[in-house]
Design a binder for this molecule. Structure first.
Ligand code: ARG
Length: 463
């Protein structure tokens, strides 16, 4: 195929080198952004009298028809082109003749690709933000549906203190809220138009970059043309955001895998989100959660990939930068796919509250409360801690619980014990007395749910 840049060279490329150089296989995703960017550019060129109004109309008409034809499937994006920018320009010239060749006045593919990628990511991030919001809402609903379910909270994966299952779930809602805010920040920082930076140094034409930025709904223009074409910080930042989202999804998935194991038996996944084994008939595997945990690795890989591509690059554009796309596209798709499967999996997950309660009864998870009981009656905390520790030790030996010991026996060990003890170490009391701000008591948890629901409603109205 004859190259558009034939001139300095013959344009005759080694066949494999030609394929190797080409990015159309993956950058064709950006056809819509490329066309919309070109329409804005042509509008500006005419406004500045760099091209005539007639030329502008021909160009915009041609571009609009190309967009319609691609979307309807009438026009296939051919893999012969070097990249999506060349494809659109060649197709335009084919359709409207020589006027099409005026479109590339006062711009370069370097600022064009920087523009298209920002616009593409801006659109895809709206989808991710909506999904994150849906996830936060799903968590809040699940918490609200299970507001009386008590489970053991863990440290070191050892039973620690009784908590509301809702409280545990809501911890994730807080993480995803921060993820959403991080994503908003990253998109805000990215939302400046680089178009008009041209190859690297700006242009001799009297362009109006602000006009293009306004037409394409950017918050402004990039202030340095060299930075405009060289910056891929936004890919690094977004992939950092995606990595953190995946890390949170992965921790949550890991817990779901544990909770649905027969060892825990706290939850059950809907059949729609499990698989069987090809050999063991009894198996119901949490493959979706495992895959999400596994795919976290590839998103981290995408982040390290782009960081490494950029680290040694002199300013301004270098072809290495074409390597930005596959990683960021992969990150976008992986996060979207994982959220798409995780949300309904969580929504349909059955909570086995009796099993959760049962495990609370055998782990001495009210031992802290017994120590606090003695401390409130005047025993220094360290002494209370030691005494309760020795009582737990005896219970373990006798295979009984703290509740099984009679009051007489307690009194012999310490005269501060009284009959109110049993109520004080009951699981509901232990939970509800943890009423400090952000604690696990029912009223604190209800407050959290309310705040999260309000956040979701408010945020929903923004996009
Ligand atoms: N396909 C190229 C990329 O993705 C477009 C920019 C090409 N610029 C150039 N000077 N060769 O980076």
């Amino acid at each position: 195929m004859q190259k558009m840049w034939t001139g300095r060279t013959s344009g005759e490329m080694n066949e494999f080198a030609d394929d190797f150089n080409s990015s159309i296989g993956f950058d064709k995703k950006m056809y819509k952004q490329d066309i919309c960017g070109s329409i804005a550019h042509a509008t500006m060129l005419a406004n500045q009298k760099i091209i005539t109004a007639e030329d502008r109309d021909l160009i915009i008409g041609g571009l609009s028809r190309i967009l319609v034809d691609i979307e309807s499937g009438k026009l296939a994006i051919s893999d012969d082109a070097e990249d999506i920018h060349m494809f659109v320009e060649a197709e335009l010239t084919e359709r409207i003749g020589n006027v099409g060749k005026k479109l590339h006045t006062a711009r370069s593919r370097n600022d064009q690709v920087a523009l298209d990628l920002r616009m593409y990511l801006r659109d895809e991030n709206v989808i991710i933000k909506k999904m994150l919001l849906q996830l936060i809402e799903t968590i809040a609903n699940k918490a609200s549906d299970n507001q009386n379910v008590i489970m053991s909270g863990y440290t070191h994966l050892q039973r620690a203190q009784p908590i509301l299952f809702a409280h545990h779930l809501l911890a994730y809602a807080q993480m995803f809220k921060r993820d959403l805010s991080r994503l908003n920040d990253a998109v805000d920082r990215m939302n400046y138009s680089p178009l008009g930076s041209c190859a690297l140094a700006g242009t001799t034409y009297d362009t109006n970059r602000q006009m293009v930025a306004d037409l394409l709904k950017f918050d402004g223009i990039t202030e340095n043309s060299i930075d405009g074409v060289s910056d891929r910080d936004f890919c690094v930042e977004l992939l950092s955001c995606y990595s953190i989202i995946m890390m949170h999804l992965s921790r949550f998935s890991e817990e779901i895998i544990l909770w649905t194991s027969s060892e825990f038996g706290y939850c059950q996944l809907d059949d729609a989100f499990t698989t069987g084994s090809s050999i063991m008939p009894q198996k119901k595997n949490s493959d979706m959660a495992e895959l999400i945990r596994g795919k976290t690795g590839r998103v981290y890989g995408d982040l390290i990939g782009i960081l490494t591509v950029l680290k040694g690059l002199p300013l301004a554009y270098n072809k290495d930068m074409q390597e930005d796309k596959e990683g960021i596209f992969d990150g976008v798709k992986t996060v979207q796919d994982c959220l798409q499967v995780f949300i309904p999996m969580l929504e349909s997950m059955k909570v086995l509250k009796d099993n959760m309660l049962q495990s609370c009864k055998t782990g001495f998870i009210n031992a802290t409360d017994m120590a606090d009981y003695l401390t409130k009656k005047g025993l220094p905390f360290r002494e209370a801690y030691k005494l309760v520790g020795s009582i737990v030790g005896k219970c373990v030996e006798k295979k009984i619980t703290l509740e099984d010991i009679k009051l007489d026996e307690y009194k012999q060990m310490c005269d501060l014990f009284d009959k109110d003890l049993y109520n004080e170490i009951a699981l509901e009391t232990c939970v509800n007395k943890r009423n400090s701000a952000g604690g696990t008591s029912k009223s604190q948890v209800m407050m959290q749910i309310k705040k999260i629901m309000e956040f979701v409603e408010n945020e929903k109205s923004l996009y």
